[in-house]
Design a protein around this ligand. Structure first.
Ligand SMILES: C[S@@+](CC[C@H](N)C(=O)[O-])C[C@H]1O[C@@H](n2cnc3c(N)ncnc32)[C@H](O)[C@@H]1O
Length: 204
């Protein structure tokens, strides 16, 4: 999907821009899944990166839409948090010239078409440290009805990330909090980048 839609969306308050972090990442933090430095890919106005910065992590965010990044920077300044936000393409994360122990993704992967999923996989490999984690919250096919983003199945997540240099650690049902009534059915997937010399496990 082109990012044009998002330029338009940030002229107002989009349904996903809930003014706080997604609970799924709070849980991930509690369960020890997050180590720094952290990159929030497709960070929007930055709430998830800012949440992690407030917990003491070195956190950065990247998004294609300048208005979203400006809003994220303004929040970081207002809250006195050191998170840094840059306009950039998540399909070319290598251009950031940095590496991260954790990459989080709240609602971006599900916006990609098939080709973009493959490009994102390569892009992620360029910035995620060996042994690092990619934590993704995406709409699931269990979310019925029309409208909203493309649904993602467990099988599709595995098809993208269950091969070197990545391995899927878990895919669990979750909710995406939204400004619309009720949460949206989602998957929360934990993916690791294999450490140097590590073999993908037979059971995946
Ligand atoms: C559904 S929104 C979620 C925003 C934010 N993560 C949140 O939870 O509020 C998806 C975000 O991904 C961004 N995005 C989509 N494709 C992108 C790309 N190729 N590069 C950078 N950002 C992208 C959009 O601009 C948008 O901010």
């Amino acid at each position: 999907m082109s990012t044009e839609h998002f330029f338009e969306a940030y002229r107002g308050t989009p349904p996903w821009d809930i003014g706080r972090h997604q609970p799924a990442f709070e849980r991930a933090l509690r369960e020890g899944d997050i180590t720094g430095p952290v990159l929030d890919a497709g960070c929007g106005t930055g709430e998830n990166a800012l949440y992690l910065a407030a917990q003491g992590f070195a956190a950065a965010g990247v998004d294609a839409v300048p208005a979203a990044i400006e809003a994220a920077r303004a929040k970081a300044l207002a809250r006195g948090l050191p998170a840094d936000f840059v306009v950039g393409d998540a399909l070319d994360l290598g251009a950031l010239g940095r590496r991260f122990a954790t990459v989080i993704d709240s609602g971006m992967f599900h916006t990609f078409d098939d080709g973009e999923r493959e490009r994102f996989r390569d892009s992620l490999a360029a910035v995620l440290e060996p042994g690092g984690r990619y934590l993704v919250l995406c709409f699931s096919e269990r979310e019925r009805g029309d409208g909203g983003p493309r649904r993602v199945t467990r099988e599709e997540l595995r098809a993208t990330f269950e091969r070197p240099p990545f391995r899927v650690l878990s895919i669990e049902p979750a909710l995406i909090a939204s400004n619309l009534r009720g949460g949206r059915k989602a998957w929360f997937a934990r993916v690791t980048r294999l450490a140097e010399g590590e073999e993908p496990s037979a059971d995946g």
